[in-house]
Design a protein around this ligand. Structure first.
Ligand code: HC1
Ligand code: SF4
Length: 578
């Protein structure tokens, strides 16, 4: 530890602390734009924007606070007439080269450049700038507006260092510099997984979701269409943030009422389908485990969860030789829609072409998943439209619904009832935990009394654990972030460690940190609170194991007979493509 002084306040700092962090620790705010530290998982310190300049020891020149490491006895001034003039110049230069369509920008209200401009009370831009002439680029999930790129390079750090996807990197010089894909290709012509984590950290509107709100509203306005919604587990513990409600508050009942007020004919729960996914996936796990333990050399382990569509893209692009090990069970989104279109609609006398299934997801890759050809029948998608939590918030605002005051109601039945196992799908480790709760009882043949037996520390991002499974011990791996997934897959390829089951989620903390969730900016604690909220819902559920869901059991009795039956394989399973 050594002592430094910031704006006349003495403070002790440890080695390798930046001025920005030291100031933050004593409540002195230095404006910054490119710098972003979420936790050990994500740290962008390219020092490109220079908004955070400060004076040090009355020396000549200014120092970027984000990348200058403190030294003993240092004396820092964060605001002086010189600094303020320079900051104003920097901000003006940045904005001179930025489109000024803030009124209709997708990031308006959340944009960190807009916020900084307001905080600085900037009233003029003296420079004309030399605007980049980059084209916007569209994919099913994500839109890139390179004209808005401010070269903070957060997306590049996320895509390359954290996700190890290598899709985005800085090109060109001066006014022409921008973060781009290879040859400026559309994201869908690259190995982009559509994880949307770059969108989560982009401070401006250069990367944002493709918005499908107006397609939903058009369907709602069409008298010939029946429109139903499915709501993902993680949406309910994040949507309230958009309306100033407590972080982690479960607003599922209010969501149902809000959607009904908009004109949805049915509002169901993806969590119900998560229980269905577990029935299929736990059966696969049981069959593969029993085969493997009996010495059948043709059985391959580990089984990999496959409900995260960005993760599926990642393995398809990067590890095509491992495509025979993921579970073939469809994701809950796709299971729900398959049942809605093929079982529920005929029962209700609705032609599948007149039924519009809207999924409300914390995820941007779900938009892409819905468009995959294996989920389209005779030109009609199973999931017609997927919108994000943020898009749902916007829709509620368009419809002028006072969300805070709305009286909640239950999801429609059936396809609305869930167990605690389904709800924890929305956080890291939850899918595997849910599968093991069921597989334990099926394989070991006795009741699992200690339901919380996994005790996961999910903030670690990569968990390898031995768990007691009756008389046997299983080795499981759990990863969030595709870089962590890569480490596990490389271990499988090398045969270094024998895993029995692995769960992978592309996003930080799982779906609660999805690319379509309300922005957390630098407040990682929000993700922890969303996780705790899902855990609380699980703990308060009367039923906490998917195989105890009576509505799922009815479906098997009436339609599929048993999990992984021939009928179930047709409707509830999928395949992967090299
Ligand atoms: Fe997820 Fe899933 S948990 S993928 O994280 O398996 O998006 O919430 O809906 O499909 O249920 C997302 C969340 C979600 C699916 C489920
Ligand atoms: Fe990279 Fe994910 Fe963004 Fe695609 S969506 S560019 S994979 S961070």
């Amino acid at each position: 530890l050594f002592e430094i002084t910031i704006d006349g306040v003495k403070t002790q700092v440890s080695e390798n602390t930046t001025i920005l962090t030291a100031a933050k620790n004593i409540g002195i705010k230095i404006p910054s734009l490119c710098n972003l530290k979420l936790d050990d998982y994500f740290f962008n310190n390219h020092a490109t924007c220079r908004i955070c300049v400060v004076e040090v020891d009355k020396r000549d020149g200014l120092y970027p606070a984000c990348s200058t490491i403190c030294w003993d006895g240092m004396n820092v001034v964060t605001n002086s007439s010189q600094i303020i003039q320079i900051r104003k110049n920097i901000l003006e230069l940045l904005i001179s080269n930025h489109p000024k369509d803030c009124l209709i920008c997708s990031k308006s209200g959340e944009c960190e450049l807009q916020k900084l401009t307001q905080e600085f009370r900037l009233k003029e831009i003296r420079f004309s700038g030399e605007r980049n002439q980059f084209k916007s680029e569209y994919s099913e999930s994500i839109i890139r507006d390179p004209e808005k790129c401010i070269m903070c390079r957060r997306c590049e750090t996320m895509c390359n260092k954290v996700q190890t996807c290598g899709v985005l990197s800085a090109i060109n010089k001066g006014f022409h510099s921008v973060v781009s894909t290879v040859y400026g290709n559309n994201l869908d012509k690259t190995v982009c997984t559509f994880c949307g984590q770059c969108v989560s950290v982009c401070p401006v509107g250069a990367l944002h979701e493709r918005n499908y709100i107006w397609e939903v509203i058009e369907a709602l306005a069409d008298p010939n269409k029946k429109v139903i919604a499915q709501v993902a587990p993680a949406v309910r513990v994040a949507l309230g943030e958009e309306f100033g409600m407590d972080v982690g508050l479960n607003v599922e009942k209010k969501i149902v009422t809000a959607l009904k007020k908009m004109g949805f004919d049915g509002v169901f729960d993806t969590t119900w389908a998560a229980d269905l996914t577990i029935m299929e996936e736990a059966t696969e796990l049981k069959e593969r485990l029993e085969g493997y333990l009996s010495g059948d050399k043709t059985i391959k382990l580990p089984i990999l969860t496959s409900c995260c569509p960005a993760w599926v893209n990642f393995i398809e692009y990067n590890f095509p030789n491992l495509l025979d090990i993921p579970s073939t069970s469809k994701s809950p989104q796709q299971m729900f829609s398959a049942i809605a279109k093929n079982v529920w609609a005929p029962k209700m006398g609705i032609d599948r072409k007149n039924l519009v299934v809207v999924s409300i997801m914390p995820c941007l890759a779900k938009k892409y998943e819905a468009s995959r050809t294996e989920f389209i029948k005779d030109g009609n998608r199973d999931t017609d439209i997927s919108i994000s939590t943020r898009e749902l918030a916007d829709m509620i605002k368009y419809f002028n619904i006072d969300f805070k005051e709305v009286i909640g109601q239950e999801f429609d039945s059936p396809m609305g009832e869930y167990t605690g196992a389904g709800i924890i799908f929305g956080r890291t480790g939850g899918v595997l935990e849910a599968a093991l709760r069921t597989a334990y009882e099926w394989v070991v043949g006795e009741e699992l009394k200690d339901i919380d037996f996994l005790k996961l520390e999910i903030s670690k991002g990569l968990i390898v654990k031995k768990v007691n499974f009756g008389p046997k011990e299983l080795t499981i791996g759990i990863a969030h972030g595709l870089g962590n997934a890569r480490k596990l897959l490389e271990e499988i390829e090398s045969g270094k460690e024998i895993y029995h089951a692995i769960e992978i989620m592309a996003c930080h903390y799982g779906c609660v940190g999805g690319g379509g969730q309300p922005f957390v900016h630098e407040n990682i604690d929000i993700l922890n609170k969303r996780v705790e909220a899902l855990n609380d819902i699980d703990k308060n559920c009367k039923l906490r194991k998917s195989h105890e869901n009576p509505y799922i059991n009815n479906l098997y009795n009436e339609y599929f007979d048993f999990p992984c039956s021939e009928k179930a394989k047709i409707l509830l399973h999928t395949r992967f493509f090299k």
